[in-house]
Design a protein around this ligand. Structure first.
Ligand code: F6P
Length: 369
């Protein structure tokens, strides 16, 4: 079947935001315009198409050179995003206050085609990319761009947003060292990352943490307590602990805050729990800092800006080459394409045989094992 020429494409940003999304949007728009294509932005994931009445100013908006001027360095996404608008499991409120999840993907494909859109660039994490793959299977031309501060996407060396999150967490650790030392305290710093320990591992190492707890290595509280006591015996009167929100004790469960309709499990709270356990076991005062959404905000680092711009331009190049159902991927020193199907197959967690883990162990950092 001959491929229809592209005249009009759409871009959508979905899931939790990440610094660098606007840089992707800018690159997609400018590269598309250069090819003579029109580029439109869908508001809030796919909600702009699925629920247009909620957008008096338009659920799908034309993106011009002016709309993307001066946004490379801005955090967030000018299109908006959502992590509760999965069109395959769309939450529909019922009269009794409950929700029923319905599959609206066929409707989405119809609306996409009715709007005269020839192809979609979907920027997102595993959720949005899985939806992108589903839409590609239903006939849309789709290119995915991997985004998440968690860095847990497979088939790409790194996602944009991660470097910014790690840089900020590292700066926070630098600041916490001095106050921890002044007060001879244990400082527990909880970072995001879902079920992967990338942010905790990289910021913990760069920020000189004494203990790093990640989901990939279930921890024993007593081992952490003993590290604190041993440091004390050696005249090191304070300890900085980085704990990933998805870390858990050996044989224990994830610490969760609950689950909202249409959303994934919300992790959080392990830091405070651990601080209390450590206080009890060591007799030292412990404080908790939860970095949370601070890790998702702010200006992208130059590394993330560059990756995001390269990803955006590469997505347009892929469409121009007639590719579909692929994800743009960072494979230093270049950018290449991976089948979306493969990219969403599994989560990328920290490889315990990696030299980064080995380095941390050689520096004497405790993983609680
Ligand atoms: O996936 C990005 C992320 O920030 C995770 O690290 C975190 O668990 C989750 O999103 C938080 O989601 P929300 O913004 O819905 O609280």
């Amino acid at each position: 079947v001959p491929i229809q020429p592209i005249r009009k494409i759409a871009i959508s940003t979905g899931g939790g935001d990440a610094p660098g999304l606007n840089a992707v949007i800018r690159a997609v728009v400018l590269a598309a315009l250069q090819k003579g294509w029109e580029c439109h932005g869908i508001r809030d994931g796919y909600n702009g198409l699925l629920d247009p009445t909620a957008y008096p100013e338009g659920g799908v908006v034309p993106l011009t050179r002016a709309s993307v001027a001066g946004i490379t360095h801005l955090g967030g996404t000018i299109l908006g995003t959502t992590n509760r608008g999965n069109p395959a499991r769309f939450p529909v409120p019922q009269p009794d206050g409950s929700y029923v999840e319905v599959d609206r993907t066929d409707e989405l494909v119809e609306r996409f085609q009715a709007a005269g859109l020839d192809a979609l660039v979907t920027v997102g994490g595993d959720g949005s990319l899985s939806i992108g793959y589903l839409l590609a299977r239903k006939g849309l031309r789709v290119v995915g761009v991997p985004k998440t501060i968690d860095n847990d996407l497979d088939r790409t060396f790194m996602t944009f947003g991660f470097d910014t999150a790690v840089s900020f967490a590292t700066e926070c650790l630098d600041r916490l060292h001095t106050t921890a030392a002044s007060h001879r305290r244990v400082m527990v710093v909880e970072v995001m990352g879902r079920y992967a320990g990338w942010i905790a591992l990289h910021s913990g190492l760069a920020g000189n943490a004494d203990v790093i707890l990640i989901p990939e290595i279930p921890y024993d509280v007593e081992k952490v307590a003993e590290t604190i006591r041993a440091r004390q015996r050696n005249g090191r009167t304070y300890t900085v602990v980085v704990v990933a929100e998805g870390a858990r004790e050996v044989g224990g469960d994830f610490t969760v805050q609950g689950r909202a309709v249409g959303q994934a499990e919300r992790l959080g709270g392990v830091g405070e729990k651990l601080a209390r356990q450590l206080e009890e076991r060591t007799g030292k005062e412990a404080r908790t800092v939860v970095l949370g959404h601070l890790l998702r905000g702010g200006s992208p680092t130059s590394f993330d800006r560059l990756v995001a711009l390269r990803f955006g331009a590469a997505a347009v190049r892929a469409l121009d080459e007639g590719q579909s159902a692929v994800m743009v991927s960072l494979a230093p020193p270049t950018v290449r394409y991976e089948p979306l199907k493969e990219a969403v197959r599994r989560m990328k967690t920290v490889n315990l045989d990696s030299d980064t883990i080995e380095t941390a162990r050689e520096l004497g950092i405790c993983f609680g094992d």
